[in-house]
Design a protein around this ligand. Structure first.
Ligand code: ATR
Length: 272
C-alpha cells in the first residue's frame, strides 16, 4: 500500500456504480507507471440530487483531484463546474472533472471512446453511418462522427427524438425499422440500451453485410447478440469495451498529464 496523506484521489460516481471497471483500469495503470503513491481511483454510489454537494467537497478537499461521472450524473454535474470544455458543452454532458489550481474543469471523453476504435479500422470521412438511438450516448457519438466528416443517419424508436438530435447535429434521421438505411451504411453503431440485460437485438440484422463495421456500445461479460449476429454475417465488429477503454485512456491523460499504458488498461477489461 503506497497511499499516504499526499495521495490525490479520483472518484467515479454513478447510480448504480458497483459494476464500474474504471477503478480497476486506472489503478492498474497507476501501479504500472509507479504513480500509485500519487493517485488512487475510487468509486461511490451517489444520488443525482447530491451531485452539487460532491462538487463542493471536491472544491474544499485539496487532495480530491478528479471526479468521473457516469449515468445519470453527466448532465447534472455541469451546472456546478467553474469551466466546461467547448466539446463537452456541445455534447451536453461531462464525464470527467479535473481540478487544476483549484478550478474545476469539465470534459467529455466518451466521444473519443467511440471514435478512436472506429478510426483504427476506417477513415470516417464521407462514410455512411447508421446510428441507432438518440439518447445520451448517441450525443457523444454523433458529435465525433460529424467532426470526422461522416454522413450520419440517426435511427430511433421515438422518431421525434431522432429528428431533434439530427437537426442539432445536421444529419438525417429515420425510424429503427428503416432496414434500407442499414443496408446502405458502411458502419452501424448501436447506442440504444437494447441488449444490455437480455439477448434482444436493436434492429433486424438481415441487411448487415460482410463489408460493414458494426459497433455495439452495449457491453457485458459476454459478447452481445447484436455483435454475434453481425459476425455471423461476416461484418467486422467493435465491442462496447473498446469505447470504455478509450474513454478511460483519454481520461487518464487528463487526470495525470501522463501517457496512458494502453495494454495494461486493456488487460484489466479482458479479465471482466
Ligand atoms: P443512454 O444515456 O445510455 O444513451 P438514454 O439517454 O436513456 O440512455 O437513451 C436510451 C436510448 O435507447 C434511446 O435512444 C431509446 O429510444 P427512445 O428514444 O425511443 O426511448 C433507446 N431504447 C431504449 N429501450 C429501447 C427499446 N426497447 N427499443 C428501442 N430503443 C430503445
Amino acid at each position: 500500500m503506497r497511499i499516504s496523506a499526499k495521495t490525490k484521489f479520483c472518484v467515479i460516481i454513478g447510480d448504480p456504480v458497483g459494476h464500474s471497471l474504471s477503478p480497476a483500469m486506472h489503478n492498474a495503470a497507476y501501479r504500472h507507471l509507479g504513480i500509485d503513491d500519487k493517485y488512487v481511483y475510487l468509486a461511490a454510489n451517489a444520488k443525482v440530487t447530491d451531485v452539487g454537494k460532491i462538487v463542493t467537497a471536491m472544491k474544499v478537499m485539496d487532495n480530491f483531484h478528479a471526479l468521473t461521472c457516469t449515468v445519470p450524473h453527466k448532465i447534472e454535474v455541469m451546472r456546478y463546474l467553474d469551466w466546461i470544455d467547448p466539446i463537452a458543452k456541445k455534447i451536453g454532458a461531462v464525464n470527467s472533472v479535473v481540478k487544476e489550481n483549484g478550478i474545476l474543469k469539465g470534459f467529455n471523453t466518451d466521444w473519443l471512446g467511440a471514435i478512436i476504435p472506429l478510426e483504427k479500422m476506417i477513415n470516417l470521412k464521407n462514410k455512411k453511418v447508421a446510428l441507432l438511438g438518440a439518447g445520451g450516448a448517441a450525443r457523444a457519438i454523433v458529435y465525433g462522427l460529424k467532426i470526422k466528416g461522416a454522413e450520419v443517419t440517426i435511427l430511433n424508436r421515438t422518431v421525434a427524438k431522432a429528428e431533434k438530435l439530427a437537426v442539432e447535429f445536421r444529419c438525417r434521421f429515420s425510424s429503427l425499422e428503416n432496414e434500407k438505411i442499414i443496408g446502405q451504411s458502411d458502419i452501424v453503431v448501436n447506442s440504444t440500451t437494447v441488449g444490455m440485460k437480455d439477448g434482444r437485438l436493436p434492429i433486424k440484422t438481415g441487411n448487415i453485410k460482410a463489408d460493414q463495421i458494426v459497433f455495439d456500445v452495449v457491453y457485458g461479460k459476454k459478447e452481445t447478440s447484436f455483435l454475434k449476429e453481425a459476425e455471423k454475417r461476416g461484418a467486422k465488429t467493435i465491442s462496447g469495451l473498446e469505447m470504455l477503454l478509450y474513454q478511460g485512456v483519454a481520461q487518464f491523460e487528463l487526470y495525470t498529464g501522463k501517457k496512458a499504458p494502453l495494454s495494461i488498461m486493456k488487460n484489466v477489461l479482458k479479465k471482466l
